[in-house]
Every structure is written in structure tokens, then in C-alpha cells.
Design a protein around this ligand. Sequence first.
Ligand SMILES: Cc1cc2nc3c(=O)[nH]c(=O)nc-3n(C[C@H](O)[C@H](O)[C@H](O)COP(=O)(O)OP(=O)(O)OC[C@H]3O[C@@H](n4cnc5c(N)ncnc54)[C@H](O)[C@@H]3O)c2cc1C
Length: 377
Amino acid sequence: MKLQVVVLGAGFGGLELTALLSDAISDGLELTLIDKSDSFYFGFSKLDVLFGRKESDAVRIPYRAIVKPGVRFVRESVTAIDPEARRVTTDQHVYEADVLVVALGADYDFGATPGLAEGGNEFYSMAGADRLRKVLPSFSKGHAIVGVTSAPFKCPPAPSEAALLLHDYLSSRGVRDACTISLVMPFGIPIPPSPDTSRALLAAFAERGITYIGDRKVTSLDPARKVAILDDQREMPYDLFLGIPKHCAPEVVLKSGMAENGWIPVDKRTLRTKFPGVYAVGDVTSVGTPKAGVFAEGAARVVAASLIAEARGGGESSQYRGAGSCYIEFGGDRVGRVDVDFFSGPKPTGSFFEPSLALVEEKRHFGSSRRSRWFGL
Ligand SMILES: Cc1cc2nc3c(=O)[nH]c(=O)nc-3n(C[C@H](O)[C@H](O)[C@H](O)COP(=O)(O)OP(=O)(O)OC[C@H]3O[C@@H](n4cnc5c(N)ncnc54)[C@H](O)[C@@H]3O)c2cc1C
């Protein structure tokens, strides 16, 4: 009997798990990978699209490229999850699993921030990034705000990157002096686990005249008056708003009874949920690491190691360390890096690597190595 694995969500977590299991135990594996989309894109591609560096079609990687022994990709929408029975219902079929892995990521609750959706003011979805990209060329003077509306949010460095890249974009058009840029963030410093990275970002903001407003969130927008309202009731005028919407677990997860306080709780070392044979990895969990692709794939590796060890009747399995490297676009065609470690010590730590051209290349390799490992491209 082959091991029946059902993986929900073909993002960072689902793709990494699928690739590792197929490589190691394809002979004894029947893995079904389910996603409602027809293609994958890296989160950081949204910044490329927003600032017109790439077209959205150019950054999409179609799932039909997945050809792996023991694996079947199906494009279906998950409509119900029964974690007790390890049974999944989609808009087309019902699946039963020996092992169920939930890797459905985080959705956005646009309605939670009044005014955000009406103006088309967010860049965290690909559609939103594409919309704002068309608006950017008409912004030549006035106030720009990059604003976070709620925590947790994906890729904590991304709002800082957006502010720095906006500076470059406006400078290249010769209109930077006519514009202000403010960044509203819910943290006191940009990257709390790494004071060095935060110092470097704050210095980069100061050099470029970007105003950092820490420990604050944008609670609503008034598109008629063109003001953003912060959680201390302060009103900030804007002519361009680049927003980060409130995040939430997908509706189907909330309905399944797996979530507590909005996200799926897991054992932070093993990624097991309280339901036997059911794991959860990535943004959909409350494991205690940031919502970022590197952490989703790190968690997937631990689940893969444990399933491979079980399939082989024992052997090495590993524990999740909550560690990962995040690349940070500093502008000026330079990329920095922060290596963060959430679980090894008593509190999270981070090491900073100065922005450089070498790290631009390393980030490119990060993307191309995943394209090759997950899609054979
Ligand atoms: C602007 C921006 C920049 C970023 N930059 C980085 C970066 O530089 N480095 C980094 O590591 N991370 C970055 N991220 C974050 C990263 O994209 C996410 O954290 C990562 O994709 C999470 O992986 P995941 O596997 O948990 O979920 P996802 O990759 O979101 O995958 C979830 C999948 O589930 C599918 N799905 C959801 N609901 C259903 C359903 N009902 N039925 C079927 N399928 C469903 C979705 O279609 C999706 O494909 C960035 C994000 C943004 C927005």
C-alpha cells in the first residue's frame, strides 16, 4: 500500500514538501497536491510588478510544469476540511489521506480596513500590485504613504523595501523632490529581531528623506478626503497609498475548526496539529515565525524528514529551528540579507549582511533554485 499524502496549497510550503517526498520515497507515494490557482509566483515578484520591473505574466510559473514521480497536481478549490477523518472536499472531488498537510497560506481581509479596497490601494495581492503599477506613473507630486494596517503580515521587510524602491522609482522620474514618502509600521524598529538590520534600514530611510512612523497602524482611509487615519487618531494626507492589508487564514480553514485565534496551532518542533496525521506549515499557522516563504519551506522540510523517516521504518528526522534568511531590497540595485533564528535561544536573534551586488546574485539564485527544484525549470 502506498502512502496517501494530500497537500493543500502549492505555495512555498506545499511545493517544498512535495519535491522532497517525491525525491526520496516516490515508489511508495501517492501524493495529491491541490491548489485553486493555475500558477505560482514568488511574493517578492509583487515588488517587481509594482515598480514596473517585470510584467505579472512574466513572473507566473504554471503548475502544469510539475512532473514528479508519485505526485499528481490538481487545480481545485478546497471547500471543506475534516481534520478528524483526514478528509478533504474540493469543488470537484473528495480525498481521503493517511497524511494531510495544510499549507494554504494567508488570505487578505480587505474589508477590515475601511477605504482600502475602494481606492485599489494595496500591493500585497498580485492584482493589487498590477493595479497600483498603472497608478504610479501619474503620481508626480504630493504625499506617498506605505502603510501597514495590521499584524501579523507577510514578509516583515517588504514595506521597508517598498518605501526604498519607491524612492528610486520617483528619483528616476525626476520627481522625488516634489514628493514625500512615509512608512507606517506596527513595530518600533523595522526588523525587531535584528537591531543591526533595523539600524541600516533607518539610516537608509534618513539618507533618502523617508519618514519612519513606528509602533503605528493605519486603521482606515478616507478616499474622499484623501487622508489615512492611524490608530492614534492622527490623520495623514496622501496622494498615493501603498497598503498592506489585514491578513487572515483562508475561510475554509476557519470553517474546519482547526484554527484557534485565527491561525492553526502546531507543535513548533514537529509541525503536527492536534489531529493525528495532520500537519500544518507556513503562513496558515501560528508557529511563532514570521509569515515568509523561507519559513514555510523550512517547516515543510521538517515534515518531509519525518514522513521519509517513517516510510523508511526509522532514521533521521529533524526538529524545526525557526531559522531562515530574508533578502532585503535596499534600492540602488543593492540587496541586503538578514539571517533570523526564532527558536534556538531565549529570544529571536538576527544577523545582518550589508547590501551588495553579490547578494543581488544570491537572491536571484534563491529564486532559480526553487524554480528548478519545484518545477524542473
Ligand atoms: C510583497 C511581498 C514580498 C514578499 N517577499 C518575500 C521574500 O522576499 N522572501 C520570503 O521568504 N517571503 C516573501 N514573501 C512572503 C511569501 O510570499 C509568503 O510568506 C509565502 O508564500 C507563504 O508560503 P505558504 O506556503 O505558507 O503559502 P502560499 O505560498 O501563500 O501558498 C498557499 C497556496 O494555497 C492556495 N489556496 C488558498 N486557499 C485555497 C483553497 N481554498 N483551495 C485551494 N487552494 C488554496 C493558494 O492559491 C496558494 O497557492 C513576500 C510576500 C509579499 C506579499
